[in-house]
Design a protein around this ligand. Structure first.
Ligand code: ATP
Ligand code: MG
Length: 391
């Protein structure tokens, strides 16, 4: 019996120590999450590998591989074949069929590499490799052997079952989600913040996201966009809790009370404070924003200083040193760009100053804020009315 499977390799470095089984379970959970959208699959833990088996029909690699490749903490995804019959004759046949499927007429060089987890196997790894290599060579005249620098390495792994594969599809790398603690990402519908969240998730940070929604000044479409962005990031980083904070009252209060050229700074400070409260409740240890130095008025170093002074948690700004084009390129690569550019502009610009201050003074801002006596209550109210969606 043989069947098409995916052989999934994960990064060993992050897997050392006591947490190994937790990280592997997390990877399996993320894989399940992503695969559920495609059908009914088994995930089998083999030593140092995760094997994906299709419980329904024959596996369609084109549908399954894109669901697995994004997951952080994986180092390679290999479309291959599993067979329970480890007799030499069967291994030869399975290997030949695999090579014919992937390299039917293509002129190329190859070698066979065999790994035996099960040393009870009668022949040595080298003997098995030579046998299978010879068998294929006789039957496919487009192939030649090159043991030193082959274009294709056909791998045969003899474990509880035998696995045969020849392609290793590169993944995004990174660390398994949760291996570096948890942070709260401030996710707007823009291009930058999803990329920032993605970058930190890549380093193993589990994410919760916060979106500040201000109906009727921001539309339902804008909210949907953020939900879709969170779902996209979850394909890489495992399931994500998205907190949707109704922020209209806070925004209107600030609009009324603070000088218009400083409004953005106060708004951002209120967002940071709110996000930090949510982060504390979720046992998160940091915030993540999509700031890129100098991109807009509030992202000058003075602006960031004036916003950041309200925070007690570290704020990770992975895009700080990136140019807009670099951010856009990355957004395209990870698939958030198309969602971010959907044309649902906020329907009102009353919160945007024509001439925002680019060099706010932190002490001046803090002085004004002390007199905003209702702000804390408004923020607490917003937190109480927050809607949480699991993506
Ligand atoms: P983005 O492209 O991520 O929207 P931006 O360049 O438009 O960023 P700003 O509007 O100055 O920049 O916002 C800076 C950061 O503040 C964003 O990257 C995001 O992390 C956070 N932020 C801004 N608006 C919101 C919002 N409505 N909800 C959640 N976070 C927000
Ligand atoms: Mg924005």
């Amino acid at each position: 019996m043989e069947e098409k499977v995916l052989i999934v390799k994960f990064g060993e470095v992050a897997m050392r120590g006591n947490n190994r089984h937790i990280f592997i379970s997390q990877l399996v959970k993320t894989m399940r999450n992503n695969l559920d959208k495609e059908g009914d699959f088994y995930i089998v833990k083999e030593q140092g590998r995760l094997i994906v088996e299709d419980r329904g029909a024959e596996m369609d690699y084109d549908r399954v591989i894109p669901r697995i490749v994004p997951i952080f903490g994986l180092v390679g995804v290999c479309p291959g074949v599993k067979t329970t019959d480890q007799s030499m004759q069967n291994l030869r046949e399975v290997a030949l069929k695999h090579m014919q499927m992937f390299f039917g007429k293509e002129k190329t060089t190859f070698k066979v590499e065999v790994k035996r987890a099960d040393k009870r196997f009668a022949l040595t790894s080298k003997e098995v490799a030579a046998d299978i290599g010879g068998y294929i060579l006789e039957r496919m005249d487009n192939l030649t052997v090159d043991v030193h620098n082959p274009a294709v390495t056909l791998r045969v792994e003899l474990r509880n079952d035998a696995y045969v594969y020849s392609k290793v599809i590169k993944t995004f790398g990174g660390l398994p989600v949760g291996s570096s603690g948890k942070a709260v990402a401030l996710l707007s519908g823009g291009i930058d913040s999803p990329v920032a969240a993605w970058m930190m998730a890549k380093r193993g940070i589990a994410l919760e996201c916060v979106y500040f929604h201000s109906p009727p000044y921001t539309s339902e479409w804008a909210k949907q966009k953020v939900e879709d962005l969170a779902e996209k990031i979850a394909c890489f980083a495992g399931s994500i809790k998205l907190h949707i904070v109704p922020f209209t009252q806070v925004q209107l209060y600030l609009l009324e009370k603070v000088p218009h050229d400083k409004l953005t700074i106060f708004l951002k400070r209120a967002m940071m404070k709110t996000a930090e409260e949510i982060a504390k409740k979720s046992n998160a240890l940091a915030l993540i924003t999509g700031d890129s130095i100098g991109q807009v008025a509030s992202q000058t170093l003075q602006g960031i200083h004036a916003i950041n002074s309200i925070c007690t948690m570290p704020v990770l700004r992975p895009l700080a040193g990136m140019d807009k084009q670099e951010i856009v390129d990355l957004a395209k690569k990870i698939g958030t760009f198309e969602i971010s550019i959907r044309p649902y502009e906020d329907c009102c610009t009353i919160f945007v100053a024509k001439h925002p201050e680019t060099r706010p003074k932190t002490n001046v801002i803090e002085g004004i804020e002390k007199k905003l006596t209702e702000l804390d209550d408004l923020i607490n109210n917003a937190i109480l009315q927050t809607e949480v969606i699991e993506k």
